[in-house]
Design a protein around this ligand. Structure first.
Ligand SMILES: Cc1ncc(COP(=O)(O)O)c(C=O)c1O
Length: 354
């Protein structure tokens, strides 16, 4: 056999979703927590690892972790599915309910991985549009659902990268459109005023996805989950997840983290206060900004192209996300809320650059 194998045709047309990994002092580009996990968590994890039977496969069903997550959210363990980051949860959903001949609805601008994973799994992307202020109208969703009868509809609440949580009435309205599966991606839920979790029930085709990557300071662990109807959780376990896909160390880390809920909530409160401070400071600079219910802010410099501003910030050792080539986001940048010192460094560099 000579040469490289041919990629599936539909995969050749998009580049992966990658944020630059540049060596800088201030990294505000991937919406991680700026704080490492609490020292006691790391010590507890080291102790747990020391006595782990790593020569054995992990508990395939993640029994204890699911029980703990169920307790946290007031649901049953059979309503919890766990995977390696919420991206893998989304991939499992599309492996099970998307695929060739089916469509998944996304509303631009939104989290690019929804569309990317759709294409990876052979699912046709059905695109709707947010309004000029980036809100989403039920009429737009209704139009898309009527046009394409999606098997899966994605909402992202708060929406990455524009920042706002979807109102409860919109989520309820979309659910009423039926009959496909509604996925509400709540990667940033802890920063937001409400969650769609209360709408989850066994007879409702709704799943809510969550991650340990943001508020739990565990992006390096790759752990995410969904809460949804037991029948969907069973499907995912049966047909989409590989055997033993969540390793023993990660299952222990996920359980241990939940003992630090108070610390997590304090950090969220601190980041929300910092978000408002940064937003107010941006209001005094020549940039357009949008309100945010998450741990990031979208901004558009008025006087200079976004990509140039991005490079000038990198040159000052500050890394933000360059969204300027994304659909509907010409000239835009997204900044993650960091520590007070990081936010000050970002604001000083931005002022300098502008
Ligand atoms: C909206 C949204 N969903 C999911 C993810 C992926 O999270 P994870 O690290 O759990 O795969 C992200 C990460 O940036 C995100 O912004």
């Amino acid at each position: 056999m000579a040469g490289s194998p041919a990629l599936r045709k539909e995969l050749g047309v998009f580049a992966g979703y990658h944020s630059a990994q540049v060596d800088v002092d201030v990294r505000l580009n991937t919406n991680e927590s700026p704080f490492p996990p609490p020292p006691a968590f790391l010590a507890g994890l080291a102790d747990a690892v020391a006595s782990m039977a790593l020569h054995r496969y992990p508990d395939r069903s993640c029994t204890d972790l699911r029980a703990d997550l169920a307790r946290l959210h007031g649901v049953r363990p059979d309503q919890v599915f766990v995977a390696n980051g919420s991206n893998e949860v989304l991939q499992c959903l599309l492996l099970a309910y998307g695929g060739p001949g089916r469509t998944a609805a996304v509303f631009e601008p939104t989290y690019a991985m929804h569309g990317t994973i759709a294409r990876m799994t052979g699912t046709t992307e059905l695109k709707g549009e947010r309004s000029d202020d980036f809100s989403l109208s039920l009429a737009e969703v209704r139009g898309v659902v009527r046009r394409g009868a999606p098997s899966v509809t994605f909402l992202c609440s708060p929406n990455n990268p524009t920042g706002r949580a979807e109102p409860r009435e919109l989520v309820e309205g979309v659910l009423a459109l039926g009959p496909g599966l509604l996925v509400v991606d709540e990667a940033y839920a802890q920063f937001a005023p409400w969650t769609a979790l209360s709408l989850v029930a066994d007879e409702v085709p709704l799943v809510v996805t969550r991650t340990y990557s943001k508020t739990w300071s565990m992006a390096g662990c790759r752990l995410g989950y969904l809460i949804g109807p037991a029948s969907i959780v069973t499907d995912l376990w049966d047909v989409a997840a590989l055997p033993y896909h969540v390793d023993t160390v990660k299952q222990a880390a996920g359980r241990l983290a939940l003992r630090y809920t108070d610390e997590m909530e304090n950090r969220v409160a601190h980041l929300v206060a910092e978000r408002e401070r940064v937003a107010a400071a941006l209001g005094r600079l020549p940039v357009d900004t949008w309100p945010s219910d998450a741990n990031f802010l979208l901004l558009r410099p008025r006087s200079r192209p976004g990509s140039e501003v991005w490079q000038d910030l990198v040159d000052r050792s500050v890394l933000v996300r360059d969204c300027s080539s994304w659909p509907r986001l010409a000239g835009c940048l997204r900044v993650t809320i960091g520590t007070t010192a990081e936010n000050d460094a970002f604001l000083a560099a931005l002022e300098d650059v502008l």
